[in-house]
Design a protein around this ligand. Sequence first.
Ligand SMILES: O=c1[nH]cnc2c1ncn2[C@@H]1O[C@H](COP(=O)(O)OP(=O)(O)O)[C@@H](O)[C@H]1O
Length: 229
Amino acid sequence: MADTGDGTWGHLADTEHFGRVSRDYIVVPKADFDLPKYRGSTRAGHCMIYSRSEEKIFGIYTARAMILMQLRFDGYIGFPGGLIHEGEDILSGLNRELFEEVNVNVQKHPVKEEHYVVTHWCPSKKLLLHFYAVEIPINDLKVIEEEAVKAHDYGTETLGTLRIPLYTMGDGYRGFPAFLANSYVGNSREQLLYTLQHLSIMSNEEITKAVEARPVMLSTEENKGGVHV
Ligand SMILES: O=c1[nH]cnc2c1ncn2[C@@H]1O[C@H](COP(=O)(O)OP(=O)(O)O)[C@@H](O)[C@H]1O
């Protein structure tokens, strides 16, 4: 990361307003990475660290999986990872970022080629986004959560790890649909949805239902007129 000189923090600050909607990202098959149109692109690698879980939350909702995301310095939610340096290979860069941002013990849980999920191309940013998913035991995931606060970038780039609620509550909105209504960096929301289906953690129908869910409108007096102290 660097100060871009205009008082804005971030490598791609001048193009960060591009790539705001899912149609700005195109899936690129692995075999095409070396095509001329992708040469000279900025590359980034991000990773979903997760554990499958049948745990019943409050004795009601099946957890399905514990998935780690993070709250970033810019207020957006994203996956740990980041830009790959010039001359660095994707996996070395991604493992470096996982250590810097969330203090993952990458000797114990290195991201490897077998964890590869998908790559998206954002033409307006000339950015290739490589995405991986690593399944680890639940107790190891809890250790990562505890250790993340000691990461080099904690408190600056990373403001904390998050777990995703993958259930939907009785009102049809709270839980996963409400989580999806947050602001997401890059195409991390698409990466999440793609990977949930890819790993059969959720079906396409379940994902569509959550994406299309709308909040129950509250029309009570206390929702009028802002903050009451
Ligand atoms: O989790 C993510 N998934 C997809 N794209 C992301 C994610 N996090 C950041 N990005 C995008 O990747 C690029 C690099 O951002 P990031 O802040 O991760 O890099 P850095 O930590 O190396 O500075 C930005 O264009 C940003 O929009």
